[in-house]
Design a protein around this ligand. Structure first.
Ligand SMILES: Nc1ncnc2c1ncn2[C@@H]1O[C@H](COP(=O)(O)OP(=O)(O)OP(=O)(O)O)[C@@H](O)[C@H]1O
Ligand SMILES: [Mg+2]
Length: 409
């Protein structure tokens, strides 16, 4: 293997599905998927581990499905994180230009970026990513790398993505109990955005929503740089709950209705068509029009879109313009979701799928896999590399991974 070659295992422990893959990374956005596995999720609610034993069992099942059980000597293991505890802040760091001829050096830029990382994140908070956004040399904005420019002071702005340490510890424990030592974490929304967003979309301003079973990951870019990362504790499970409640039918039957008849558009659909579903009550079944199902879905998804936009506005004096919306996650498979999103948000929308590539199995074209495959894009981009703890679980001199025995059953 060359220097850049390494084998990476990515684990996405979602609320609906656990997905894992192994890939050989050869360089920037250059990797081969070696193995892929999947298992129904257990013990993960709204993106966070609620029951460590159950989650660990499901993660082990997914690893076994991929043939990845046990720890390989060269493996690097990265785990996706989501949940409402994810947050972000944009922070500025400053460094004096040290060369006597006033040329900005790589060391000056690194010191400014390192200073930008030193925000007071508060107790119990884990820094997941620090992503360079913009640079300023003596007050002049310079979006690309300022190395080689002239000036006296370098300012770097970084996007810091944080997570609650307790949520991280529970996830780490579940993964360790499933037999893997973790090298770092990747925020799921950041990963999805890296996999599916185009450069021109990031320049124009774009909101990415990864709508899974229990969470909606939110990431926004403007003028080419990421400016917001967070997550809502809402997703497809709320759609299924709403259908189940409104039609008085069991959860699994509501999910079947969503998957088989759910629509985000009225175009090309006979909205008067009637469906029947078993339910509580004297007759034991309920007849309803597809229009009713559409209305339930429309209301809940519109709420999710509006809450996501409100997140961008929260606490900000002004919000950069958003030219469009890109949707990933399992709910992006809803037929017509683009039309629904466009109606709710008043901007164009598309479903984010991977560019089809020879190295990637077809399954990875499913927008539900965006955060898993996106982790590989993040890991192969030096600008986005996650803030890794060392092998003893220390970050910024503090311990954050629990030291627990690995069970081999
Ligand atoms: N065709 C479809 N129409 C509507 N919803 C769908 C469709 N296919 C899948 N879903 C929904 O997508 C959700 C699962 O998405 P996904 O696999 O991305 O979740 P996850 O990553 O496990 O969970 P999370 O990221 O929220 O923790 C489920 O709620 C499922 O009902
Ligand atoms: Mg997910």
């Amino acid at each position: 293997m060359g220097k850049a070659d390494r084998t990476v295992i990515a684990i996405d422990a979602g609320s609906s599905s656990i997905r894992v893959l192994a890939a050989r990374m050869a360089g920037r956005a250059d990797f081969d998927v070696l193995a892929l596995g999947h298992a129904p999720s257990l013990g993960v609610k709204r993106g966070v581990v609620a029951n460590v034993d159950d989650a660990s069992y499901a993660i082990r099942e997914a690893l076994e499905d991929a043939g990845l059980e046990g720890q390989g000597p060269a493996d690097e293991v990265y785990v996706g994180i989501s949940g409402k505890h994810l947050a972000s802040v944009n922070n500025v760091g400053e460094a004096k230009v040290t060369r006597s001829d006033g040329l900005v050096s790589e060391r000056d830029v690194a010191r400014a970026l390192s200073a930008a990382k030193e925000a007071d994140l508060g107790e119990g908070t884990h820094l997941v990513h620090h992503i360079p956004r913009t640079f300023r040399i003596d007050g002049y904005v310079c979006r690309r790398n300022p190395v080689g420019m002239h000036g006296g002071t370098a300012l770097a702005e970084a996007h810091l993505v944080t997570a609650e340490e307790s949520a991280i510890k529970d996830l780490a424990k579940a993964v360790q109990m499933a037999g893997k030592e973790i090298d770092g974490f990747v925020a799921n929304g950041v990963a999805s955005s890296h996999a599916v967003l185009r450069r021109d979309e990031k320049e124009m301003g774009v909101l990415l929503l990864d709508i899974g079973g229990g969470t909606t990951d939110i990431v926004a870019y403007s003028e080419g740089a990421i400016f917001h990362t967070s997550a809502l504790p809402l997703g497809g499970n709320q759609l299924v709950n709403d259908i189940s409640t409104m039609l008085n039918t069991a959860f699994h039957l509501a999910e079947k209705l969503l998957l088989e008849h759910g629509t985000g558009t009225v175009e090309g659909i006979d909205m008067h068509q009637e469906l029947t579903v078993p339910c509580f009550g004297a007759t034991g079944y309920r007849r309803f029009r597809i229009q009713y199902l559409y209305d339930i879905i429309r209301l809940r998804l519109t709420e999710i879109f509006q809450l996501a936009v409100a997140r961008l506005k929260h606490g900000a004096d002004s919000v950069p313009a958003i030219a469009g919306l890109v949707i990933t996650g399992g709910v992006a498979n809803l037929p017509g979701i683009e039309q629904l999103a466009e109606r709710a948000m008043g901007v164009p929308a598309r479903v984010g799928t991977l560019p089809s590539q020879e190295y990637a199995p077809e399954t990875l074209q499913d927008p539900a896999y965006a955060s898993l495959i996106g982790a590989l894009y993040v890991l192969s981009d030096p600008l986005f590399a996650p803030v890794a703890p060392d092998r003893n679980g220390h970050q910024n001199g503090r311990r954050f991974l629990p030291r627990i025995p690995v069970l081999h059953t």
